[in-house]
Design a protein around this ligand. Sequence first.
Ligand SMILES: [Zn+2]
Length: 602
Amino acid sequence: MVSNSFLWKGALFPRGMMAAAIFLAGTILLPPRTAAQAPPSRVVVPKASQAPAKPKLVVLLVVDQMRGDYVDKFLGQWTGGLKRLVEEGAWFRDAAYPYAATETCVGHATISTGAFPATHGMVANAWWDRKEQKMVTCTSDPNPNVKNIGYAGATPQGADTAWRMAVPSFAEELKFQTSGATRIVSFSLKARAALTMAGHKADAATWFDGGAWVTSTPYGTLPFIEEQAKSHPAKADFGKTWSVSLPESAYWYGEKALGAVPPQGWDLTFPHPLRGKSGAGEPDPDFYNQWASSPYADTALTELAEKAVDALNLGKAAGTDFLAVSYSSVDYVGHEFGPRSREIQDVLLRLDKDLGNLFAHLDAKVGHGNYVVALSADHGVVPIPEDMQSTGADAGLLHLPEVQERIEKALEAFNYPKPAVATISGSDVYFATGVYEKLAADSNAMNAVLDAIRTVPGIAAIYRAEELRDRPATPQSSNQSPTLRAFAYSYFPGRSGDLFIVPKPYWLLDGTPLGKARSYGTGHGVPYNYDQHVPVLLMGFGIQPGQYFQPITPADIAPTFAALCGITLSSRDGHILAEALKKAKPALPAQLPANARGTTHP
Ligand SMILES: [Zn+2]
């Protein structure tokens, strides 16, 4: 009778509907039936063990530069979606990236693949291409058949895809392993976020470039995005003013963030008008920078996500759909005003409202409990050095051009080509072709280089590429420092540098040319907790709410999604967050009927 009813359901309903029916039967407590409501004799409620239910929609939310402690600090003021994630979801309070390269492209690729950069290959936002002898961004695609496409008549430059990502995203695996029924849609202001979250192909991967919404040829264009782009959500915000949303006394920090560098056209204090700089009354590049640094950009991304749910009927088709949004504005605001600013507190207050609207929309359209959400960040941020110095702490700027100058000077005494250094990008020092191989066999010159770098203020350590290679050979080696291990997790042969500069804590790697004023307040990108510690919040389908304190990494998100969707990821470094998953119902009733005992199970 049981198998009969299963066949009956399987024959009549498409697979997705059957899964939904089983899910409902397994989780919702129905009132007891009266005799009048007795079910037809052939219908038997299927047991949860017969086929695990799947979420109808997987929602990935990344808040660029949202440090883990922002949840602890500002939760009491949230009333919308961020609060709901904490209250209805699983909050992992000790989540941190274990690797050194805490940058946007790296973090998004880690979240989307469940692998570390040593595996997925997205080692930075940009790196030195030794073959091309130039800097390349993580998404730049040299394939001549690839071109960026602008919505609403825009003509963007460049060609961006996820082709440099060495493993498939969770979303791609989901689509591949479930017969292609999955729709993959992602949005961000940044190409390196939208593309890595989606993967190598998608139904839509959309970002914002110079005032226009953009995609590229391997990703589809969709009519609803064209429609939304034509309504110019950014331009429509021209002339608005970003003001504080709570009374003065509700803010943690002073009205002026020490060391802040606001975008052109803005003062150090609220209110921040979105009018560009030119004063021409027209959106100019400064206006678009202001817009990206304001809560209005988060609202525009939320609206796009809601339109995607409506236009594509996400969560209503046979398979599990995938929707990803990376909110970029917290990153811009953080770079400009720093983590100890009213601007950071306020942009999060406004994001909390946007996310509340998004979840309400998903509840209405997909159904409460039918979708699963993960929210995390790609990296954190260090306090503005001047702000940190005001406490008496050892903090400052580690000037990368000075590192480069001192290396060149140190090599003058030896027979090396000039310049010996190709470039320094973040922690990675790239030598000109052949130089590092020569140095590795020339201990006098190598020591001269290392000694010269050590004289630059703010240096904590220098690692050599050969110390970081062969990560699998010594995964648990007890003599490895956590910092060395962090660099090894980020090391990808061919793309990573030759030498790696480790700054002291609270020292910012600064690439500003000597003698020029820096164009930002603070940054991120090193293996200290302020850059590594991010929130991981899970909510909805299959998630056991609560606060969890075990140390985890954002690479655990994709394996957890994979477990909920019943698929396998090929090369993951993360683990399933099993403690936050609802436990499956036992396969058989704990107490077998009396007449079954001794007959079916002798
Ligand atoms: Zn950033």
